[in-house]
Ligand binder design. Structure first.
Ligand code: 9UX
Length: 72
């Protein structure tokens, strides 16, 4: 099954940041698509359910140099 998780991303200031976060999220196993909106500081991640944990998404974003939290 597919699932969509929305994350708030902190620390992005430019379009290159968006690219970095999208790439980091896309490379997490089980992620099908990741799109980031700089203006809203949100990431929309489409992924397989069960395979991808919130922790793995957080870790990927942190490794890229940004901070993620689950969007409310
Ligand atoms: Mo360029 Mo965005 O270093 O933080 S990627 S400003």
């Amino acid at each position: 099954r597919e699932e969509v998780t929305e994350l708030s991303i902190e620390g992005m200031t430019c379009a290159s940041c968006v690219g970095r976060v999208e790439k980091a999220l896309s490379q997490v196993p089980g992620v099908l698509e990741a799109s980031v909106n700089l203006a809203t500081e949100r990431a929309r991640v489409r992924h397989l359910s069960g395979v991808v944990s919130l922790a793995s998404l957080d870790a990927a974003v942190a490794k890229a140099g940004y901070t993620a939290r689950r969007a409310g």
